[in-house]
Design a protein around this ligand. Sequence first.
Ligand code: SF4
Length: 492
Amino acid sequence: MSRQPARWQRAIDRLGSLERATRPVADESRTALARRWAALPDHVRTPSQTLGRMAVGCEGTHGVFPRCNFTCTPCYHSADANRVRVDGAHTLAEVDRQMAYLASVRGPHAHAQLIGGEVSLLDPDDHAEALAIMRRHGREPMSFTHGDMDYSYLERLVLGPDGRPRFGRLSFAGHFDTTMRGRRGLRRPTSEAELNPYRQEFCDMFRRLRAEHGVKFFLAHNMTVTPRNVDEIPQVIRDCRSMGFNMLSFQPAAFVGDERRWREDYRSLDADTVWAKIEEGAGARLPYRVFQTGDERCNRSAFGYYLGERWFPVADDDPEDLAARDAFFTYLGGIHWGAPRALLVARLARVLAAHPHLAAIAGRWLARRVRQAGGVVAVVRALRRGELVPMTFVMHRFMHAEDVKPAWELCQRGETSDDPRIRETQERLQACFYAMAHPETGEIVPACVQHSVLDPAENAALVELLPLSRRRTVPQPASAPATAAAGKGELC
Ligand code: SF4
């Protein structure tokens, strides 16, 4: 008899655990999203804003391996970056510190970029461990590379000491464009088209990895845009759309980083011109206002897919799709889509059970997609031929260091500039989508601030800590003291 209450208690505890595990949005995520939304400036609290509704934003590492073996023009890293030794122990300690801090402030889940100089200069085991650390902190990592690596590197990254894959999936962003110098076989490309074999080879390595080791992949293509290559964007898109990439991302160049690498008048590139070139390449209007990521002067994104040669958005800017988007934000905002499948299904089932009208909304949304794509027969035919390619277009416009420096100083003093250009910079920093952590000061800063303001001192300190000529293997916290904390956590 006396065992009965204990058994009941265990059953109640188990039910409680199950209820918490299948709760559509974790409490910590909900809190982090609400905090992010509350910190956003009014001008970006639009119905289409994803920050604070779907996500807290993207994150990146800094000061973890600043060195690179390319000499690109421009380069966002400070002049000292290449004088810092790549050191696995330092990388792992820093990644751990930064990701732990991000998780503590921004909640349990986010996408994060393993970024610095060139990621493939890391020993493959260190690279693998860095990815594992990021995942342990709830970050879905993406490694950033110039793509000039061998298949053997990828294989050593993926396979553990027992010869078995240590990951089920990898995400990489490959940077390919004519601003880059140093690629084996093509040191100084003169046209974007010359890079196509290298882009294809990059994608093929991941296909081989999947075929030989069952490791899935997501690949993004990054291209720095300058006045010289902006007109080549449309052809780059046409050439890349079926190579294996699922995101084509364009970064208009900014005056940031190493001044010796600045070549052209980057201020002459305006957002609409670059976006028009992207649309020309996609062969479609790209409705970037359906889902806004931060400030639209920083970021434009269009989520969609190719069916054969035509690109379609997952949601268009018509009333029915916008209503579906609003329902998506309201009922599914904050869901961790990277959760294990069974858990995700259980969470979605709970949402549906609580809001059964979502089934009709989803059904009508799907019917519109099929109609738009030419009907059921056309869609089935394309699916059979493997012609459905998810493809997101992104434009991310970093800001010029000479604007970011005064804007950041004013942000830290809680003041607003009278100068429209600096005020715009402040507004964009406040709505930043791409952040980096400084646990030592309690700051999370926009990547623009990292590269424009903090990198020079940080890299100078790293040169002392990790000089090229001497060997030191003791991991130490390496970030240079940043400027005085602007308050715990968030951006500006
Ligand atoms: S503030 Fe800078 S890093 Fe942040 S989203 Fe805007 S351009 Fe990107």
